[in-house]
Design a protein around this ligand. Structure first.
Ligand SMILES: NC(=O)c1ccc[n+]([C@@H]2O[C@H](COP(=O)([O-])OP(=O)(O)OC[C@H]3O[C@@H](n4cnc5c(N)ncnc54)[C@H](OP(=O)(O)O)[C@@H]3O)[C@@H](O)[C@H]2O)c1
Length: 280
């Protein structure tokens, strides 16, 4: 199986390269249609994985001041891939975001059938616009290769990567106490490999069941990793004091991906425990 990954130098793209060590990783702007088509024609991949996108540094507030670059990478690029892969009947995977919802949908979590309801930041809008187009074509016969759209949220794992959610929130003086759906990367990459193997198509919420708040995670962090760690509670109402762009806080329903992968996602609580033990 020839896998080609876009965005291989990023946090998630690097992990895709680790999952598929032989994967091709051309340095191509995904919004540049001619360059994308040339790469696909040269390498003729069986599977394309798009881990490219603008996430902002140090955080998504960056996207508010770089709207065109964000639009180009997060919306235009995926549309270029949609067309280029369809024309060549190539199966491809896109890393979408769950940050296109707000709330917990009455406790049930949002399913893949629910219309996104959060458009509060440039990052979320550009991800949502791509999500809408990919959803339309994911299983459509006019895209003969098929699309697998995986929506992640706040990825975390047991390393000290600065991109790991646990690293980020352990550096915050005030930590949000609202439960959120999260993606544990070891579970996510097991799911990715299963879904790619069976060429699954469609939209999947790629999160662990059982939302958990960053504040609750840091309470466990203090118990397991660093008893001297200090932090304070941040409520949803206080969030605008520390973040410029409005942040999505949401719970997604993960039943569909659990059915399709044989329950590879552990509960959020179990996943956090494992990651914290690894950090310790
Ligand atoms: N990490 C998260 O919290 C999270 C959550 C949900 C979804 N996702 C999605 O997952 C994807 C990867 O996220 P990540 O955390 O791995 O981000 P990342 O560490 O910022 O990596 C993204 C990579 O894509 C590259 N890139 C940006 N625009 C590109 C373009 N037009 N063409 C080719 N490469 C481009 C970036 O290069 P430059 O640095 O040069 O721009 C970077 O190497 C993104 O689409 C993101 O929206 C991430």
């Amino acid at each position: 199986m020839t896998v080609l990954v876009f965005g291989a130098r990023g946090y998630l793209g690097g992990a895709v390269k680790a999952l598929y060590p032989g994967a091709l990783a051309p340095s191509v702007d995904i919004a540049d249609s001619a360059a994308v088509c040339a790469a696909l024609d040269q390498y003729k991949p069986d599977v394309v994985i798009n881990a490219a996108g603008k996430t902002g540094r140090p955080n998504v507030d960056w996207c508010e001041d770089h709207k065109l670059e964000t639009l180009s990478s997060n919306t235009l690029g995926p549309l270029v891939l949609l067309k280029a892969c369809a024309e060549r009947s190539i199966y491809w995977v896109h890393f979408g975001s769950g940050c296109i919802y707000a709330g917990d949908n009455g406790g049930a979590g949002f399913t893949e059938e629910d219309t996104p309801n959060f458009m509060g930041s440039t990052y979320s809008r550009t991800k949502s616009w791509a999500d809408g187009a990919l959803r339309e074509f994911a299983q459509d016969p006019s895209h003969p290769g098929g699309i697998l759209l995986l929506r992640l949220r706040m990825p975390f794992e047991g390393t000290k990567s600065p991109r790991n959610l646990l690293t980020k929130i352990s550096g915050y003086a005030r930590v949000l106490d609202t439960p959120n759906s999260l993606t544990y990367l070891p579970d996510f990459f097991r799911a990715l490999s299963i879904l790619v193997e069976k060429r699954a198509k469609g939209v999947f919420n790629a999160v662990n069941p059982g939302p958990i708040s960053p504040y609750a995670i840091m309470e466990r962090y203090r118990e397991i990793v660093d008893p001297s760690h200090q932090f304070e509670r941040l409520t949803l109402g206080d969030l605008p004091q520390v973040a410029r762009a409005v942040r999505s806080n949401c719970v997604l329903n993960s039943s569909k991906i659990q059915r399709e992968t044989g329950n590879v996602f552990r509960t959020g609580e179990e996943a956090v425990e494992e990651a914290l033990e690894m950090l310790r």
